[in-house]
Design a protein around this ligand. Structure first.
Ligand code: CTP
Length: 419
């Protein structure tokens, strides 16, 4: 379609790198010498006219970028990223760049690493249109030699998020960061350049590491290079949790559980105090499930003595862990060095949290319990009794409910007592 409009279009960056490496292609990125959002809208129209459904275009006029996402009847659907080939300048280090349209050569030169700065011409017009790989910055040689190399020494000052990207590529591909690049990284960290980048951008790059097949390795590398401490000083305490996770993964001790994003995030937060944890949550603007996972991991570590004390009392354990983010419970079960705590957390996650009384609230009302807080209180006591093995059948639950009802009529049931 670009060809029809006389626009030169190139496959660029990640997919070119991955195709050359023989890795599977997940996303397709295209650079257009011209209006990428306009081309994206025309592509979307044509896709919508074919067998694609739910075609969506998201365009960012300021950066000349657009994404076309669609469901397809042939496959699971897809995503195409188009960027207007551009030049970038960074008026202030760490802030988003100022962009102006440029040639494919300009576009390759503004990129992060040489291995990401290659393009494949797809149309009969434009630079390299005879069909060869466009590689003005030595990407292919670096790809063959397994080297992560920045294109200019200010790269990490302009865009410090590249610090995390460098370790991600290095560890994903088993490459090494070249010496000049490494000293540029050290310089950017030492100068405090990381402070200028927003929490949202750091979180985004961190999440991309967490989504890697093996996230522990790049996190450990980022820790070693001082990049985690540069993100937030408390993350300088990383070693304990990440080291434990790496050892567990290496020894195959995770019992088939993979070391995924949740375990890694938990490992990062596990050595921190609650106050430090809140500082990191604020810096990275974590919210929702990930913030809860981070907080709950710290709380679980701090509550180890109490968890140990009630490990043999299922109802107390269940009450203590109720409402915790399940991923934090599983992650801390893997990370803790205390086998009693680990077993208690696994038992809660696998079994205890699912225990419910057979009698429903409706059944209690039928037995004459008046609607109100008493229903919930009796249900909680029935659940405790189930957990502790004090009742094992519906009849036994009914007998206990009657007894509790009789007692409540005489005097209110105290909250949280055992049977
Ligand atoms: N890029 C960059 N600097 C950044 C982010 C991205 O120069 N801070 C460039 C790189 O050339 C990269 C391309 O934009 O190849 C697309 O970025 P992204 O989708 O993040 O990376 P991919 O190369 O597609 O890599 P991945 O396999 O991790 O998705």
């Amino acid at each position: 379609m670009a060809g029809e409009s006389g626009l030169a279009v190139y496959l660029v960056g990640g997919p070119v790198r991955d195709a050359l490496l023989g890795w599977p292609l997940l996303d397709l990125d295209f650079a257009v010498e011209g209006d990428a959002p306009g081309l994206a809208r025309r592509v979307a129209e044509r896709l919508a006219g074919g067998c694609s459904r739910d075609v969506r275009v998201t365009a960012h006029a300021r950066f000349g970028t657009a994404t076309v996402a669609f469901d397809s009847c042939a496959k699971d659907g897809g995503r195409i990223d188009l960027v207007t080939a551009r030049r970038e300048s960074y008026p202030r280090p760490g802030q988003l760049p100022r962009v102006t349209p440029g040639s494919i050569g300009d576009d390759l030169a503004r990129r992060d690493f040489s291995i990401n700065a290659m393009a494949l011409p797809l149309t009969a017009t434009g630079e390299g249109a005879e069909g060869g790989l466009l590689d003005p910055l030595g990407g292919l040689d670096d790809l063959r030699a397994g080297i992560v190399r920045v294109l200019h020494p200010r790269s990490f000052v302009d865009d410090p998020t590249r610090l995390l990207r460098a370790v991600r590529y290095e560890q994903r591909f088993g490459f090494r960061i070249d010496r000049a690049t490494m000293s540029a990284m050290d310089g950017a960290v030492a100068k405090g350049c990381m402070d200028a980048v927003s929490g949202d951008r750091w979180r985004h790059e961190l999440e991309r590491i967490l989504d890697e097949a093996n996230p522990v390795a790049p996190l450990q590398r980022a820790a070693e290079l001082g990049v985690l401490a540069g993100l937030h000083p408390s993350l300088g305490k990383h070693g304990a949790g990440l080291g434990r996770l790496a050892a567990l993964a290496c020894d195959g001790e995770l019992e088939g559980e993979m070391v995924g994003p949740d375990e890694c995030l938990a490992a990062l937060f596990s050595p921190l105090s609650a106050v430090e944890g809140e500082g990191v949550i604020r810096r990275l603007r974590l919210s929702g499930r990930r913030a809860a996972l981070s907080r709950d991991t710290i709380e679980l570590r701090e509550s180890e003595p109490q968890i140990r004390a009630c490990a043999g009392k299922p109802s107390e354990l269940a009450r203590m862990l109720a409402g915790r983010e399940l991923a934090a419970v599983s992650a801390w079960a893997a990370l803790t060095a205390d086998p009693v705590v680990a077993a208690a957390l696994r038992r809660y996650a696998g079994e205890l949290r699912l225990v419910k009384p057979e009698l429903s609230g409706g059944a209690l009302l039928d037995m004459g319990v008046t609607e109100g807080p008493l229903v919930g209180e009796i249900l909680a006591r029935l659940r405790d009794a189930r957990l502790d093995g004090a009742v094992n059948s519906r009849d036994e639950e009914t007998a206990l409910a009657r007894a509790l009802l009789g007692r409540a009529r005489a005097a209110p049931i105290p909250q949280g007592g055992g049977e």
